[in-house]
Design a protein around this ligand. Structure first.
Ligand SMILES: [Ca+2]
Ligand SMILES: [Ca+2]
Length: 259
């Protein structure tokens, strides 16, 4: 009798275990496999997500199926609307009557069979330089605060009720000072811990380097933790560098980049 009840308990425990495992990993795995995304960042960066894999497309020619599809369009980080897009030297938008719609400003568009949340955020001046100085010293850089770009974004990116601070520090393209090294650094501070995002330090040979900026905070996989697109602008007319970052196992990883 005792033996029989032990077996029943064991079977129930195993059943519950597998049911929980399926609910936590199985469903999200199936959902992720069916997830499809197209991101158009600027005029020449195309990223797709299919079969659980991100791809950066070097050119549109192999992806003409992306033409004449309806996309959610953002300009200068503001929602612009849903229009059909067609690519030549850049993206052109058309409404449902096939009338051309002018696209002026910093362009971003997506289409997906899933919900993509895009979060508003604001840059503000750095209030407290203590974390900045820690990061500068760690990188053997002077703490004289000679920057060409320095700001923070305070944003609860993982929706746990506590705001994180994202910092950008850069001295690239200096006009009125002459640093030995050019640097561009981005990091996050979460509950007193510094998490590096982007580090580029090189010798100063006039207009080299690229200036990073947070372009969009957005949740690409519906887990309520925001990913973000970081852009990096060069001094010359070269195309910006774009990277999609995700916080995984306590560090920031690049999911896909155009370079
Ligand atoms: Ca948080
Ligand atoms: Ca996410």
């Amino acid at each position: 009798m005792r033996k029989k009840s032990t077996y029943i308990i064991l079977i129930v425990v195993l059943f519950v275990f597998f049911a929980v495992m399926f609910l936590t990993f199985g469903i999200s795995n199936i959902r992720d496999k069916q997830r499809e995304l197209v991101f158009l960042v600027g005029d020449n960066t195309i990223w797709t997500y299919q079969n659980k894999k991100w791809t950066n497309h070097e050119s549109l020619s192999a992806n003409s199926s992306l033409n004449w599809q309806e996309y959610n369009i953002y300009l200068n980080r503001e929602k612009f609307g849903k229009y059909s897009l067609w690519h030549d030297d850049r993206w052109y938008a058309f409404d449902s009557m096939n009338n051309a719609v002018s696209l002026e400003g910093d362009f971003f568009a997506y289409r997906s069979n899933r919900n993509i949340s895009i979060y508003p955020f604001q840059e503000s001046s750095i209030q407290n330089y203590s974390y900045v100085d820690v990061v500068l010293k760690e990188n053997n850089l002077p703490t004289n605060h000679e920057f060409t770009s320095a700001y923070q974004i305070s944003f609860d990116f993982d929706q746990d009720g506590v705001v994180e601070d994202f910092y950008i520090l850069s001295n690239v393209f200096p006009m009125d000072f002459h640093p030995e090294h050019l640097f561009s650094i981005a990091f996050m501070v979460k509950e007193g811990v510094i998490y590096p995002i982007y580090n580029d330090i090189e010798s100063n040979y006039v207009y080299n380097g690229c200036k990073p900026y947070f372009q969009y905070f957005l949740d690409v996989d519906e887990d309520f933790t925001s990913e973000f697109i970081m852009g990096c602008g060069y001094y010359s007319v070269e195309e910006s560098r774009y990277m999609l970052y995700q916080f995984q196992n306590n560090e920031f990883k690049i999911l896909v980049s155009n370079q």
